[in-house]
Design a protein around this ligand. Structure first.
Ligand SMILES: Nc1ncnc2c1ncn2[C@@H]1O[C@H](COP(=O)(O)OP(=O)(O)OP(=O)(O)O)[C@@H](O)[C@H]1O
Ligand SMILES: O=P(O)(O)OC[C@H]1O[C@H](OP(=O)(O)OP(=O)(O)O)[C@H](O)[C@@H]1O
Ligand SMILES: [Mg+2]
Length: 281
C-alpha cells in the first residue's frame, strides 16, 4: 500500500493533483476531502499543507510526498528528493525598497521578514551575516511598508507581487525551487513508490515529447534518422512501395514543427505528429 502526501492548498495544489490524475491515481471529489483511498492502485492519498509534507515524510509515517524543494530545505526534516516534477518553479530571493541594499552583506544588523525562517537562517549563517529574522506566515512583502522589516526573503516567480508593492530583488538568489517527489532520507523506495516514480516519469515524457511518423525514400534514411534519432533509435519498417520506408520516432514537443519542416525538405511524405497519452520508458 502506497501512502502519499499531496498538497491540499497553495501554488502546487492544482498541478500536483493534475499530474497524479494523469498518472492514473484517483482524484479527490472536492477540496474538503482530506484522505482518498484508491484500491485500484493500492494507494492512500493524504491531502496536507505543503509545509507539513516534509515533516510527515521525514518521520516515515508516509512513503512519499509532493512539496517544494524550498519547503523541504526550510523544514530541516530528514527527507530527500526522489525526482523533480517540473512545476512550481520559483526562486527564493531577497527584496527591499529600490536602492536600499545591494548584497546580502548589507543586511548585517537588519530585520528580514520571511515565511522560510529555516532556509533564510541557514543562508545568513553561511554568508556570515548576523540579522534578525522576523517569521511571518505569508504576504511578507507588506512587512516593510508596515515597518516590521527592512528587507524580505520570499518566493519569486514572475515578480508581480514585489512590483505591486514597490519592492525590488537584490543580491544573488538564495535558492532555486520546484515541486519534487520526496521520501524519508536514506529510506529504501517501496514497490508502491517505485511504481509512482515510473508513472510520473511517464507523465513528464508524455508531456514533453510527441510521436512523429513519416515515409521516406530508403536512400535518405540516414539523413532522416539524424533528424529524428528517437529515444533508443527509431522504428524503421518496410513500406508497401518500392524504395520507401516508414519511420516512427519520439521527438521533443518543443521544436517538433521545425523537425517536420526539415523532414519535408528531405522529401518525406505523410509526416504526422501525434500526442503521447501515457508511456513507460
Ligand atoms: N507564485 C508561485 N509560483 C511558483 N511556485 C510557487 C509560487 N508561490 C509558491 N510557490 C511554491 O509553492 C510551494 C508552496 O508554497 P505556497 O505559497 O503554495 O504554500 P503556503 O504559503 O503554505 O500556502 P498559502 O500560500 O496557500 O498559504 C513552495 O515550494 C513555493 O516555492
Ligand atoms: O513572483 P510572483 O509571480 O508574484 O509570485 C510570488 C508570490 O507567490 C507566493 O504568494 P502566495 O500567493 O502563496 O501568498 P503567501 O505569500 O501568502 O504565501 C509567494 O509567497 C509570493 O508572494
Ligand atoms: Mg504562499
Amino acid at each position: 500500500m502506497l501512502r502519499l502526501a499531496v498538497p491540499n492548498k497553495g501554488a502546487l495544489t492544482e498541478s500536483a493533483q493534475a499530474m497524479l490524475k494523469e498518472a492514473g491515481y484517483r482524484p479527490r471529489r472536492d477540496s474538503k476531502e482530506l484522505v482518498v483511498i484508491d484500491p485500484d492502485n493500492s494507494c492512500e492519498l493524504f491531502f496536507l499543507r505543503p509545509r507539513d509534507i516534509a515533516v510527515y515524510v521525514g518521520e516515515g509515517t508516509l512513503d512519499a510526498g509532493i512539496t517544494g524543494v524550498d519547503m523541504l530545505a526550510d523544514s530541516g526534516a530528514p527527507a530527500e528528493e526522489i525526482m523533480p516534477l517540473g512545476f512550481g518553479v520559483s526562486t527564493f530571493r531577497f527584496a527591499a525598497r529600490p536602492g536600499a541594499f545591494a548584497t546580502v552583506k548589507d543586511l548585517q544588523g537588519m530585520r528580514i521578514a520571511t515565511s522560510y525562517a529555516g532556509l533564510l537562517g541557514k543562508h545568513l549563517a553561511e554568508m556570515g551575516v548576523d540579522a534578525r529574522v522576523i517569521k511571518l506566515d505569508g504576504a511578507v512583502e507588506t512587512a516593510i511598508r508596515l515597518g516590521v522589516a527592512d528587507a524580505v526573503a520570499d518566493v519569486v516567480e514572475t515578480g508581480t507581487t514585489l512590483r505591486n508593492v514597490g519592492l525590488e530583488v537584490f543580491g544573488e538568489p538564495i535558492a532555486h525551487s520546484q515541486a519534487a517527489l520526496i521520501k524519508q532520507a536514506g529510506a529504501e523506495e517501496t514497490p508502491g513508490v517505485r511504481q509512482l516514480v515510473r508513472r510520473l516519469q511517464g507523465v513528464l515524457v508524455a508531456r514533453d515529447y510527441v510521436m512523429i511518423d513519416y515515409d521516406i525514400r530508403a536512400e535518405r534514411i540516414d539523413e532522416a534518422i539524424a533528424i529524428t534519432p528517437g529515444m533508443e533509435g527509431p522504428t524503421v519498417s518496410p513500406l508497401h512501395r518500392e524504395g520507401w520506408v516508414a519511420v516512427r520516432a519520439m521527438v521533443p514537443r518543443k521544436g517538433h514543427q521545425q523537425i517536420m519542416d526539415q523532414l519535408w525538405e528531405l522529401g518525406a511524405k505523410a509526416v504526422l505528429a501525434t500526442a503521447i497519452f501515457a508511456c513507460r520508458l
